[in-house]
Design a protein around this ligand. Structure first.
Ligand code: GAR
Length: 216
């Protein structure tokens, strides 16, 4: 383990492109963190291989082997805590977490969601934005509270919805932005610039009245 780097555990369920963005930012010297472990609830998640390639412990805890959400989350929490992270990063972790798990990591649990929250909580956000005829869509980084996709928002990136967009094309445009704003938000936390107290967040000591808009 690297001395003095800010310890992080990343939870994934799938491709892990946001994990990769953090690995790459860290390798470029732009993200002063140590990813101590990556844990997936899906043993076949391609993101586990991304972690292994970067020399990061890659662990699968298959939620299907557990009889309840509570027992899975308890096992997950025990594994996460073995690595003593100061921040737990949800990067495409597609499980609803129990209130006990969320409470255990109050202000130490962060998520990226592919919509301009509070719009489109839950799934299929890209198709929903297209179906609604929205002119713009985007992605949000937020601290996690017990309200699904409802915690205080740190930063959002906006992208246009183009007339010929498919959900896949729109997702790609959104993910390109995710790979910029998620490492940035984690960096602010690692540097102690971004802090959270309950539903209140501050950047450089100033309370955020509204989410930061990336790129403007
Ligand atoms: C990301 O686009 C993230 O916003 C989304 O899953 C994708 C994971 O991609 N998360 C959610 O929908 C959470 N509700 P990745 O595995 O390539 O990072």
């Amino acid at each position: 383990m690297t001395k003095d780097a800010f310890p992080v555990v990343v939870l994934i369920s799938g491709s892990g492109s946001n994990l990769q963005a953090m690995i790459d930012a860290q390798a470029r010297g732009e993200l002063p963190i140590e990813i101590r472990a990556t844990i997936s609830n899906d043993p076949s998640a391609p993101g586990l291989e991304r972690a292994r390639r970067a020399g990061i412990p890659a662990i699968a805890i298959d939620h299907k082997q557990f009889s309840s959400r509570e027992s899975f989350d308890a096992a997950l929490q025990a594994e996460v805590d073995r690595y003593a992270p100061e921040l737990v990063v949800l990067a495409g972790f597609m499980r609803i977490l129990t209130p006990e798990f969320v409470a255990h990591y109050t202000c130490r649990l962060i998520n990226i969601h592919p919509s301009l929250l509070p719009k489109y909580r839950g799934l299929n956000t890209h198709q929903r934005a297209i179906d609604a005829g929205d002119a713009e869509h985007g992605t949000s980084v937020h601290f996690v509270t017990t309200e699904l996709d409802g915690g205080p928002i740190v930063i959002q990136a906006h992208v246009p919805v183009l007339p010929a967009d498919t959900a896949q094309a729109l997702r790609q445009r959104v993910q390109d932005q995710e790979h910029l704003i998620y490492p940035l938000a984690v960096r602010w936390i690692a540097e102690g610039r971004l802090q959270c107290q309950g539903n209140r967040i501050t950047l450089d000591g100033k309370e955020l009245a509204s989410p930061i808009r990336y790129g403007s």
